[in-house]
Design a protein around this ligand. Structure first.
Ligand code: PMT
Length: 400
Protein backbone atom coordinates (compact mmCIF):
# COMPACT_ATOMS: atom_id res chain seq x y z
CA UNK A 1 0.00 0.00 0.00
CA UNK A 2 1.36 3.39 -0.93
CA UNK A 3 0.50 7.02 -0.24
CA UNK A 4 -0.45 8.37 -3.65
CA UNK A 5 -1.19 11.95 -4.69
CA UNK A 6 -3.31 12.23 -7.79
CA UNK A 7 -2.86 15.70 -9.27
CA UNK A 8 -5.56 16.60 -11.76
CA UNK A 9 -5.04 19.33 -14.34
CA UNK A 10 -7.52 20.86 -16.76
CA UNK A 11 -8.30 18.57 -19.67
CA UNK A 12 -11.27 16.50 -20.73
CA UNK A 13 -9.46 13.33 -19.61
CA UNK A 14 -9.90 14.62 -16.02
CA UNK A 15 -12.98 12.41 -15.78
CA UNK A 16 -10.66 9.39 -16.04
CA UNK A 17 -8.85 10.62 -12.92
CA UNK A 18 -12.01 9.67 -11.04
CA UNK A 19 -11.73 6.09 -12.32
CA UNK A 20 -8.04 6.01 -11.40
CA UNK A 21 -8.70 7.24 -7.84
CA UNK A 22 -11.36 4.57 -7.42
CA UNK A 23 -9.02 1.87 -8.79
CA UNK A 24 -6.12 2.91 -6.54
CA UNK A 25 -8.43 2.81 -3.51
CA UNK A 26 -9.54 -0.73 -4.43
CA UNK A 27 -5.89 -1.74 -4.69
CA UNK A 28 -5.43 -0.62 -1.07
CA UNK A 29 -3.54 2.63 -1.68
CA UNK A 30 -4.28 5.77 0.30
CA UNK A 31 -5.07 8.54 -2.14
CA UNK A 32 -5.17 12.30 -1.76
CA UNK A 33 -6.14 14.52 -4.67
CA UNK A 34 -5.06 17.98 -5.73
CA UNK A 35 -6.94 19.83 -8.46
CA UNK A 36 -5.90 22.88 -10.43
CA UNK A 37 -8.59 25.48 -10.98
CA UNK A 38 -8.86 24.44 -14.67
CA UNK A 39 -9.41 20.81 -13.59
CA UNK A 40 -12.46 21.94 -11.61
CA UNK A 41 -14.07 23.08 -14.87
CA UNK A 42 -14.20 19.43 -15.93
CA UNK A 43 -15.00 17.49 -12.73
CA UNK A 44 -15.80 18.60 -9.20
CA UNK A 45 -13.67 18.19 -6.07
CA UNK A 46 -16.66 16.41 -4.51
CA UNK A 47 -16.27 13.55 -7.01
CA UNK A 48 -12.65 12.94 -6.01
CA UNK A 49 -13.36 13.56 -2.32
CA UNK A 50 -16.05 10.88 -2.38
CA UNK A 51 -13.91 8.36 -4.28
CA UNK A 52 -10.73 8.95 -2.26
CA UNK A 53 -12.44 9.38 1.11
CA UNK A 54 -10.24 12.42 1.71
CA UNK A 55 -10.61 16.19 1.28
CA UNK A 56 -9.40 17.54 -2.04
CA UNK A 57 -6.74 20.26 -2.18
CA UNK A 58 -7.60 23.11 -4.53
CA UNK A 59 -6.38 26.36 -3.08
CA UNK A 60 -2.99 27.36 -1.66
CA UNK A 61 -4.24 30.38 0.18
CA UNK A 62 -7.69 29.38 1.37
CA UNK A 63 -7.44 25.90 2.85
CA UNK A 64 -10.70 24.19 3.64
CA UNK A 65 -11.69 23.78 7.30
CA UNK A 66 -11.07 20.07 7.46
CA UNK A 67 -7.48 20.09 6.13
CA UNK A 68 -4.94 18.88 8.65
CA UNK A 69 -1.62 19.96 7.13
CA UNK A 70 0.14 23.01 8.57
CA UNK A 71 1.92 24.09 5.39
CA UNK A 72 -0.20 21.91 3.24
CA UNK A 73 1.67 21.61 -0.02
CA UNK A 74 4.90 20.75 1.86
CA UNK A 75 3.18 18.37 4.25
CA UNK A 76 1.53 16.54 1.37
CA UNK A 77 4.75 16.53 -0.66
CA UNK A 78 6.49 14.72 2.23
CA UNK A 79 3.59 12.33 2.82
CA UNK A 80 3.55 11.06 -0.78
CA UNK A 81 5.26 7.87 -1.94
CA UNK A 82 4.32 8.81 -5.47
CA UNK A 83 2.64 11.66 -7.36
CA UNK A 84 0.58 10.92 -10.48
CA UNK A 85 -0.38 13.83 -12.74
CA UNK A 86 -3.56 12.69 -14.48
CA UNK A 87 -4.17 14.13 -16.98
CA UNK A 88 -1.05 16.18 -17.57
CA UNK A 89 -1.84 19.08 -19.90
CA UNK A 90 0.74 20.75 -22.16
CA UNK A 91 0.42 23.79 -19.90
CA UNK A 92 1.22 21.90 -16.70
CA UNK A 93 4.11 19.99 -18.30
CA UNK A 94 5.54 23.31 -19.51
CA UNK A 95 5.09 24.90 -16.11
CA UNK A 96 7.00 22.17 -14.23
CA UNK A 97 9.66 21.97 -16.96
CA UNK A 98 10.35 25.66 -16.38
CA UNK A 99 10.39 25.45 -12.60
CA UNK A 100 7.18 27.45 -12.10
CA UNK A 101 5.31 26.87 -8.88
CA UNK A 102 2.30 29.14 -8.58
CA UNK A 103 -0.51 26.90 -7.34
CA UNK A 104 -1.04 24.04 -4.94
CA UNK A 105 -0.21 21.25 -7.40
CA UNK A 106 2.89 22.82 -8.98
CA UNK A 107 4.35 23.74 -5.57
CA UNK A 108 3.71 20.24 -4.29
CA UNK A 109 5.39 18.69 -7.38
CA UNK A 110 8.35 21.00 -6.91
CA UNK A 111 8.64 20.19 -3.20
CA UNK A 112 8.31 16.41 -3.28
CA UNK A 113 11.15 13.90 -3.21
CA UNK A 114 8.74 11.14 -4.33
CA UNK A 115 8.65 9.91 -7.94
CA UNK A 116 6.38 12.06 -10.10
CA UNK A 117 4.69 10.42 -13.07
CA UNK A 118 2.91 12.38 -15.79
CA UNK A 119 0.11 10.92 -17.93
CA UNK A 120 -0.19 13.45 -20.78
CA UNK A 121 -3.49 13.92 -22.61
CA UNK A 122 -3.98 16.49 -25.33
CA UNK A 123 -4.64 17.08 -29.02
CA UNK A 124 -2.22 15.08 -31.20
CA UNK A 125 -0.72 18.21 -32.81
CA UNK A 126 -0.17 19.75 -29.40
CA UNK A 127 1.54 16.58 -28.23
CA UNK A 128 3.75 16.52 -31.34
CA UNK A 129 4.63 20.21 -30.93
CA UNK A 130 8.41 20.50 -30.57
CA UNK A 131 8.06 22.81 -27.56
CA UNK A 132 5.92 20.26 -25.71
CA UNK A 133 8.33 17.48 -26.71
CA UNK A 134 11.27 19.56 -25.51
CA UNK A 135 9.53 20.14 -22.15
CA UNK A 136 8.87 16.42 -21.84
CA UNK A 137 12.51 15.67 -22.63
CA UNK A 138 13.61 18.22 -19.99
CA UNK A 139 11.42 16.56 -17.39
CA UNK A 140 12.58 13.04 -18.31
CA UNK A 141 16.17 14.22 -18.00
CA UNK A 142 15.39 15.57 -14.54
CA UNK A 143 14.07 12.13 -13.51
CA UNK A 144 10.33 12.68 -13.97
CA UNK A 145 8.52 9.76 -15.56
CA UNK A 146 5.79 9.47 -18.16
CA UNK A 147 3.03 7.07 -19.06
CA UNK A 148 2.87 7.94 -22.73
CA UNK A 149 -0.43 8.74 -24.43
CA UNK A 150 -1.75 6.32 -27.04
CA UNK A 151 -3.26 6.64 -30.52
CA UNK A 152 -7.00 7.05 -30.44
CA UNK A 153 -10.02 9.25 -31.02
CA UNK A 154 -9.55 12.60 -29.33
CA UNK A 155 -12.15 14.90 -27.78
CA UNK A 156 -11.36 17.57 -30.39
CA UNK A 157 -12.75 15.31 -33.12
CA UNK A 158 -9.46 14.17 -34.59
CA UNK A 159 -7.55 11.00 -33.94
CA UNK A 160 -3.87 10.50 -33.24
CA UNK A 161 -1.38 10.16 -30.42
CA UNK A 162 -2.68 12.18 -27.49
CA UNK A 163 -5.26 9.98 -25.82
CA UNK A 164 -4.37 9.41 -22.17
CA UNK A 165 -3.25 5.90 -21.17
CA UNK A 166 -5.97 3.92 -19.39
CA UNK A 167 -6.35 4.22 -15.60
CA UNK A 168 -5.27 0.55 -15.39
CA UNK A 169 -2.00 1.25 -17.20
CA UNK A 170 -1.35 4.31 -15.05
CA UNK A 171 -2.03 2.37 -11.83
CA UNK A 172 0.33 -0.39 -13.03
CA UNK A 173 3.20 2.11 -12.96
CA UNK A 174 3.08 2.06 -9.16
CA UNK A 175 4.31 -1.52 -9.37
CA UNK A 176 7.44 -0.35 -11.15
CA UNK A 177 8.40 1.65 -8.09
CA UNK A 178 9.07 -1.60 -6.27
CA UNK A 179 12.36 -2.91 -4.99
CA UNK A 180 14.46 -4.12 -7.94
CA UNK A 181 15.48 -7.39 -6.29
CA UNK A 182 15.52 -9.35 -9.58
CA UNK A 183 17.82 -6.93 -11.38
CA UNK A 184 20.57 -8.78 -13.26
CA UNK A 185 18.49 -11.95 -13.77
CA UNK A 186 17.31 -13.04 -17.18
CA UNK A 187 13.97 -14.80 -16.80
CA UNK A 188 12.20 -16.63 -19.62
CA UNK A 189 8.49 -17.17 -19.03
CA UNK A 190 6.10 -19.12 -21.22
CA UNK A 191 2.38 -18.39 -21.21
CA UNK A 192 -0.89 -19.21 -22.87
CA UNK A 193 -2.03 -22.15 -24.94
CA UNK A 194 -0.54 -23.57 -28.10
CA UNK A 195 -2.46 -24.09 -31.33
CA UNK A 196 -1.99 -27.20 -33.43
CA UNK A 197 -3.30 -26.79 -36.95
CA UNK A 198 -5.70 -29.35 -38.42
CA UNK A 199 -6.34 -27.52 -41.68
CA UNK A 200 -6.17 -23.84 -42.77
CA UNK A 201 -9.23 -22.95 -40.68
CA UNK A 202 -9.15 -25.31 -37.69
CA UNK A 203 -6.83 -26.04 -34.82
CA UNK A 204 -6.59 -27.91 -31.50
CA UNK A 205 -5.98 -25.83 -28.38
CA UNK A 206 -6.87 -25.55 -24.66
CA UNK A 207 -8.40 -23.07 -22.20
CA UNK A 208 -5.24 -21.25 -21.10
CA UNK A 209 -5.79 -17.48 -21.21
CA UNK A 210 -2.17 -16.57 -20.56
CA UNK A 211 -3.09 -14.71 -17.32
CA UNK A 212 -0.75 -16.73 -15.09
CA UNK A 213 2.29 -16.48 -17.34
CA UNK A 214 1.72 -12.80 -18.13
CA UNK A 215 1.39 -12.07 -14.39
CA UNK A 216 4.76 -13.74 -13.77
CA UNK A 217 6.37 -11.82 -16.61
CA UNK A 218 4.86 -8.52 -15.41
CA UNK A 219 5.92 -8.97 -11.78
CA UNK A 220 9.42 -10.14 -12.76
CA UNK A 221 9.89 -7.06 -14.97
CA UNK A 222 8.53 -4.80 -12.22
CA UNK A 223 11.17 -6.25 -9.92
CA UNK A 224 13.93 -5.44 -12.39
CA UNK A 225 14.46 -8.74 -14.23
CA UNK A 226 15.25 -8.88 -17.92
CA UNK A 227 12.17 -10.80 -19.06
CA UNK A 228 11.44 -12.66 -22.29
CA UNK A 229 7.87 -13.88 -22.52
CA UNK A 230 7.27 -16.65 -25.04
CA UNK A 231 3.54 -16.54 -25.51
CA UNK A 232 1.03 -18.67 -27.29
CA UNK A 233 -2.10 -16.90 -28.61
CA UNK A 234 -3.44 -14.71 -25.78
CA UNK A 235 -5.52 -11.56 -25.48
CA UNK A 236 -3.57 -10.38 -22.43
CA UNK A 237 -1.94 -6.94 -22.77
CA UNK A 238 1.83 -7.06 -23.15
CA UNK A 239 3.39 -5.99 -19.83
CA UNK A 240 5.64 -2.98 -20.17
CA UNK A 241 9.36 -3.66 -20.15
CA UNK A 242 8.87 -7.27 -21.27
CA UNK A 243 10.16 -8.67 -24.58
CA UNK A 244 7.43 -10.81 -26.10
CA UNK A 245 7.98 -13.60 -28.62
CA UNK A 246 4.64 -14.66 -30.07
CA UNK A 247 4.27 -18.29 -31.11
CA UNK A 248 1.44 -20.57 -32.17
CA UNK A 249 2.34 -24.25 -31.99
CA UNK A 250 4.29 -26.30 -29.44
CA UNK A 251 7.09 -26.69 -31.97
CA UNK A 252 7.25 -22.87 -32.43
CA UNK A 253 7.41 -22.49 -28.66
CA UNK A 254 10.15 -25.12 -28.45
CA UNK A 255 12.33 -23.23 -30.97
CA UNK A 256 11.71 -19.86 -29.26
CA UNK A 257 12.56 -21.20 -25.80
CA UNK A 258 15.65 -23.05 -27.02
CA UNK A 259 16.93 -19.81 -28.58
CA UNK A 260 16.75 -18.07 -25.16
CA UNK A 261 17.98 -20.95 -23.02
CA UNK A 262 21.75 -20.45 -22.86
CA UNK A 263 21.42 -16.83 -21.71
CA UNK A 264 18.60 -17.56 -19.24
CA UNK A 265 19.10 -17.73 -15.48
CA UNK A 266 15.54 -18.89 -14.87
CA UNK A 267 12.83 -20.50 -17.00
CA UNK A 268 9.25 -20.58 -15.73
CA UNK A 269 6.92 -22.64 -17.91
CA UNK A 270 3.35 -21.57 -17.22
CA UNK A 271 2.21 -22.31 -20.79
CA UNK A 272 -0.28 -25.10 -21.40
CA UNK A 273 1.52 -26.90 -24.23
CA UNK A 274 -0.28 -29.42 -26.43
CA UNK A 275 1.21 -32.87 -25.95
CA UNK A 276 -0.07 -33.98 -29.38
CA UNK A 277 -0.60 -32.46 -32.82
CA UNK A 278 -2.40 -33.74 -35.90
CA UNK A 279 -0.06 -36.05 -37.82
CA UNK A 280 -0.87 -34.33 -41.09
CA UNK A 281 -2.15 -30.80 -41.65
CA UNK A 282 -4.59 -30.63 -44.55
CA UNK A 283 -3.60 -27.94 -47.06
CA UNK A 284 -7.25 -27.24 -47.82
CA UNK A 285 -10.29 -26.99 -45.58
CA UNK A 286 -11.48 -30.50 -44.72
CA UNK A 287 -15.00 -31.01 -46.04
CA UNK A 288 -17.54 -32.90 -44.00
CA UNK A 289 -18.70 -36.26 -45.23
CA UNK A 290 -21.18 -38.87 -44.00
CA UNK A 291 -20.00 -40.76 -40.95
CA UNK A 292 -17.28 -40.15 -38.37
CA UNK A 293 -13.83 -38.78 -38.87
CA UNK A 294 -10.64 -39.98 -37.24
CA UNK A 295 -7.83 -37.53 -36.56
CA UNK A 296 -4.46 -39.17 -36.12
CA UNK A 297 -2.21 -37.41 -33.61
CA UNK A 298 1.50 -37.56 -32.97
CA UNK A 299 3.56 -36.45 -29.99
CA UNK A 300 4.89 -32.93 -29.64
CA UNK A 301 8.29 -32.38 -28.10
CA UNK A 302 8.19 -32.02 -24.32
CA UNK A 303 9.89 -28.62 -24.05
CA UNK A 304 10.35 -28.69 -20.30
CA UNK A 305 11.79 -32.20 -20.34
CA UNK A 306 14.32 -31.04 -22.96
CA UNK A 307 15.23 -28.02 -20.80
CA UNK A 308 15.72 -30.36 -17.82
CA UNK A 309 18.00 -32.68 -19.81
CA UNK A 310 20.11 -29.76 -21.06
CA UNK A 311 20.18 -27.82 -17.80
CA UNK A 312 23.47 -26.13 -16.86
CA UNK A 313 23.18 -23.14 -14.53
CA UNK A 314 19.45 -22.49 -15.11
CA UNK A 315 16.75 -22.67 -12.46
CA UNK A 316 13.68 -24.42 -13.85
CA UNK A 317 10.12 -24.05 -12.64
CA UNK A 318 7.36 -26.04 -14.30
CA UNK A 319 3.62 -25.93 -13.77
CA UNK A 320 1.35 -28.88 -13.34
CA UNK A 321 -2.30 -28.40 -14.24
CA UNK A 322 -4.04 -31.39 -12.71
CA UNK A 323 -7.58 -32.61 -12.26
CA UNK A 324 -6.76 -35.52 -9.92
CA UNK A 325 -3.93 -36.90 -7.75
CA UNK A 326 -2.34 -33.45 -7.90
CA UNK A 327 0.57 -34.15 -5.53
CA UNK A 328 1.55 -37.46 -7.12
CA UNK A 329 1.45 -36.12 -10.69
CA UNK A 330 3.32 -32.95 -9.73
CA UNK A 331 6.09 -34.84 -7.96
CA UNK A 332 6.38 -37.19 -10.97
CA UNK A 333 6.93 -34.19 -13.30
CA UNK A 334 9.39 -32.56 -10.88
CA UNK A 335 11.61 -35.65 -10.96
CA UNK A 336 11.13 -36.70 -14.62
CA UNK A 337 11.83 -33.23 -16.02
CA UNK A 338 14.76 -32.46 -13.63
CA UNK A 339 13.07 -29.34 -12.29
CA UNK A 340 13.95 -27.18 -9.31
CA UNK A 341 10.28 -26.43 -8.63
CA UNK A 342 6.89 -27.50 -9.83
CA UNK A 343 3.89 -25.24 -9.22
CA UNK A 344 0.83 -27.46 -9.02
CA UNK A 345 -2.64 -26.10 -9.56
CA UNK A 346 -5.78 -28.16 -9.19
CA UNK A 347 -7.71 -26.86 -12.19
CA UNK A 348 -11.00 -28.36 -10.99
CA UNK A 349 -11.24 -25.75 -8.20
CA UNK A 350 -13.49 -22.77 -8.88
CA UNK A 351 -10.86 -20.16 -7.95
CA UNK A 352 -7.92 -21.81 -9.64
CA UNK A 353 -6.43 -22.50 -13.03
CA UNK A 354 -7.51 -21.73 -16.57
CA UNK A 355 -8.89 -18.27 -17.27
CA UNK A 356 -9.32 -17.31 -13.60
CA UNK A 357 -7.89 -14.15 -12.02
CA UNK A 358 -6.84 -16.11 -8.93
CA UNK A 359 -4.87 -19.30 -8.42
CA UNK A 360 -4.21 -21.69 -5.58
CA UNK A 361 -0.79 -23.20 -6.02
CA UNK A 362 1.27 -25.70 -4.08
CA UNK A 363 4.95 -25.52 -4.98
CA UNK A 364 7.07 -28.65 -4.60
CA UNK A 365 10.83 -28.08 -4.52
CA UNK A 366 13.52 -30.53 -5.59
CA UNK A 367 14.90 -30.04 -2.05
CA UNK A 368 11.75 -31.68 -0.66
CA UNK A 369 10.22 -28.47 0.65
CA UNK A 370 6.52 -27.86 0.03
CA UNK A 371 5.04 -24.35 -0.12
CA UNK A 372 1.27 -24.27 0.08
CA UNK A 373 0.11 -20.87 -1.13
CA UNK A 374 -3.38 -19.60 -0.31
CA UNK A 375 -5.81 -18.47 -3.00
CA UNK A 376 -4.12 -15.39 -4.43
CA UNK A 377 -4.58 -13.00 -7.32
CA UNK A 378 -2.33 -14.31 -10.10
CA UNK A 379 -0.02 -11.28 -9.67
CA UNK A 380 0.42 -12.03 -5.95
CA UNK A 381 0.93 -15.74 -6.66
CA UNK A 382 3.52 -14.77 -9.28
CA UNK A 383 5.41 -12.76 -6.66
CA UNK A 384 5.49 -15.74 -4.31
CA UNK A 385 6.89 -17.95 -7.08
CA UNK A 386 9.51 -15.33 -7.92
CA UNK A 387 10.49 -15.13 -4.24
CA UNK A 388 11.22 -18.87 -4.26
CA UNK A 389 13.23 -18.59 -7.45
CA UNK A 390 15.21 -15.66 -6.07
CA UNK A 391 15.97 -17.51 -2.84
CA UNK A 392 17.23 -20.49 -4.86
CA UNK A 393 19.32 -18.23 -7.12
CA UNK A 394 20.91 -16.52 -4.12
CA UNK A 395 21.72 -19.78 -2.34
CA UNK A 396 23.26 -21.24 -5.54
CA UNK A 397 25.35 -18.10 -5.94
CA UNK A 398 26.51 -18.24 -2.33
CA UNK A 399 27.71 -21.84 -2.88
CA UNK A 400 29.55 -21.15 -6.14
O1 PMT B 1 -3.19 -19.25 -18.68
P1 PMT B 1 -4.19 -19.23 -17.54
O2 PMT B 1 -5.61 -19.18 -18.03
O3 PMT B 1 -3.88 -18.16 -16.53
O4 PMT B 1 -4.08 -20.64 -16.79
C1 PMT B 1 -2.91 -20.95 -16.10
C2 PMT B 1 -2.52 -22.40 -16.29
C3 PMT B 1 -3.57 -23.31 -15.65
C4 PMT B 1 -2.39 -22.76 -17.77
C5 PMT B 1 -1.11 -22.57 -15.59
O5 PMT B 1 -1.24 -22.23 -14.23
C6 PMT B 1 -0.60 -23.99 -15.71
O6 PMT B 1 -0.88 -24.84 -14.88
N1 PMT B 1 0.21 -24.25 -16.77
C7 PMT B 1 0.73 -25.58 -17.14
C8 PMT B 1 -0.35 -26.34 -17.79
C9 PMT B 1 0.12 -27.68 -18.33
O7 PMT B 1 0.14 -27.85 -19.48
O8 PMT B 1 0.56 -28.52 -17.46
P2 PMT B 1 1.09 -29.99 -17.91
O9 PMT B 1 0.91 -30.76 -16.69
O10 PMT B 1 0.47 -30.47 -19.15
O11 PMT B 1 2.62 -29.74 -18.23
C10 PMT B 1 3.63 -29.74 -17.21
C11 PMT B 1 4.71 -28.75 -17.55
O12 PMT B 1 5.39 -29.16 -18.73
C12 PMT B 1 4.23 -27.34 -17.81
O13 PMT B 1 5.15 -26.44 -17.24
C13 PMT B 1 4.21 -27.24 -19.33
O14 PMT B 1 4.48 -25.90 -19.76
C14 PMT B 1 5.35 -28.18 -19.72
N2 PMT B 1 5.15 -28.84 -21.01
C15 PMT B 1 4.10 -29.67 -21.22
C16 PMT B 1 3.98 -30.33 -22.43
C17 PMT B 1 4.94 -30.10 -23.43
N3 PMT B 1 4.85 -30.71 -24.61
N4 PMT B 1 5.97 -29.28 -23.21
C18 PMT B 1 6.10 -28.64 -22.01
O15 PMT B 1 7.04 -27.87 -21.81
Amino acid sequence: MAHVIVGVTGGIAAYKAAELVSLLGKQGHEVRCIMTSAAQQFITPLTLQTLSGNPVYTDMFHPQDNMEWQVEHIGLARWADCVLIVPATADFIGKVAHGLADDFLSTCVMATAAPVIFAPAMNDQMYANPIVQRNIATLREAGYRFVDPVDGNLACGTSGKGKMASPGEIAAVLETLREQDLRGLKIVVTAGPTREAIDPVRFMTNHSSGKMGYAIARQAANRGADVVLVSGPSAQPVPSGVTVVKVASARDMFEAVKAQYDAADVVIKAAAVADYRPKTVATQKIKKSEGDMVLELERNPDILAWLGEHKKHQILMGFAAETNDVREHALGKLARKHLDFIAANDVTMSHSGFGKDTNQITVYGADGRVHELPVLAKEAAADQLLNLVLEKYQSKKALS
